[in-house]
Design a binder for this molecule. Structure first.
Ligand code: F6R
Length: 366
């Protein structure tokens, strides 16, 4: 039940410290410095020897897949391709006997993802699933897998399933990286510790809600939004834009910040609010340059920054402060204010947050 929350979406956003912890539980053993996932352990050699991994999904799960690409390539040095399931299944994809295909799906029932899975299996690939719904069609059809322990997600807009998917992908990248010796022990141990701190930091990031409510009051009448991020936070920008579109029906687009000058900056004027993920770690100076370009065209900047940030703080129209964390784990924190923002805007606009028009929770038709 919704309890004190008006909508399931808000409840599910607030559940994330717990759902991430549940997804880590029994898998990340910090004192022992061990990560254990059964489906990986029993297929160790396949992962150690992989030349290429293809990840297939739709929607929000596709955004998690893009984050998975950054994580896996960085920590395991295996080449990763990410595909929309609907495209993969109709284009005679190049996957063969020794290849790994990872399918990601909250519901485990998405028709295109299920069809992509079956095609990959037919071509002889080893298919690994990341699903939330136990016993779902996708979970039953994969060769091995790891569940996200997010619990039932009722709201059509996916939130806690997304962070649980990223959590599993981080665990996956860390174990495979350790097997393949593509990460050194110090880095591995450090990231394990950082990962253990994530639930607490998500809890802290949820405290941005009051600031976000105020910012939402300023922008709830806007017709368009841009979301910018770089590196591993580029897919987070895509996800922020998708959340806003889905539940508030405001047009929004996500872009890698440096792509702005190749076209989309033409859209920027005083009526264009621009969300920028500007955390201190990755590409910070580059992001500052991107912010200046938007300011010069009178765009309004809403920036997600780390506690203690000075430079972006001075440039932006609004800042949302989140706790510091390693760049590679940052999507688990940076997405929180974007989820809250989409919710607050839809709420102010009086939309049915949990059941947006034209959308269904699980898309079982193609
Ligand atoms: C977005 C959303 C959809 C789903 C997509 C895939 O908030 O809910 O984009 O992510 O339909 O669904 P699953 O993960 O169930 O395969």
């Amino acid at each position: 039940e919704k309890g004190k929350y008006k909508y399931f979406m808000l409840k599910e956003i607030y559940e994330q410290p717990k759902t991430i912890l549940d997804t880590l539980r029994g898998r990340l053993l910090i004192p022992e410095k061990i990560i254990y996932i059964d489906g990986i352990e029993s297929n160790k050699d396949i992962f150690i020897n992989a030349k290429c991994i293809t990840i297939v999904a739709c929607g929000t799960s596709w955004h998690a897949s893009l984050i998975g690409e950054y994580l896996l390539e960085e920590l395991t040095r295996i080449r990763v391709e990410v595909e929309y399931a609907s495209e993969f299944r109709y284009r005679n994809p190049i996957v063969g006997k020794k290849d790994i295909v990872i399918v990601i799906s909250q519901s485990g029932e998405t028709a295109d993802t299920l069809a992509a899975l079956k095609l990959a299996k037919k071509k002889g690939a080893f298919v690994f699933g990341i699903c939330n719904v136990v016993g779902s069609s996708i979970a039953r059809n994969v060769d091995a897998g790891a569940y996200t322990h997010a619990g039932p997600e009722i709201s059509v807009a996916s939130t806690k399933a997304f962070t649980a998917q990223i959590t599993v992908l981080v665990l996956l990248a860390l174990i495979i990286g350790k097997y393949r010796s593509t990460i050194n022990d110090r880095c591995y141990e450090f990231l394990c510790k950082e990962l253990g701190s994530i639930p607490g930091k998500v809890d802290y990031a949820l405290k941005t809600d009051d600031t976000i409510k105020k910012i939402s009051q300023v922008y709830h009448n806007a017709n368009h939004f841009l979301y910018l991020g770089r590196g591993i936070n580029f897919p987070v920008a895509l996800e922020g834009a998708l959340k806003l579109k889905e539940i508030s029906y405001i047009h929004a687009e996500g872009y890698p910040a440096a792509e702005m000058k190749h076209g989309p900056i033409a859209l920027v004027d005083e009526n264009m609010p621009v969300f920028v993920i500007a955390t201190k770690k990755g590409y910070y100076n580059k992001i500052i340059g991107n912010i200046q370009e938007i300011k010069a065209r009178k765009g309004k900047i809403i920036a997600i920054v780390n506690e203690g940030d000075i430079q972006v703080n001075m440039l932006a129209d609004h800042v949302i402060k989140i706790p510091n964390i390693s760049e590679i784990l940052s999507p688990l924190i940076t997405v929180i204010p974007l989820q809250l923002f989409a919710y607050q805007i839809a709420y102010i606009r009086g939309k049915n947050v949990d059941q947006p028009r034209n959308l269904a929770k699980s898309v079982t038709v193609e």
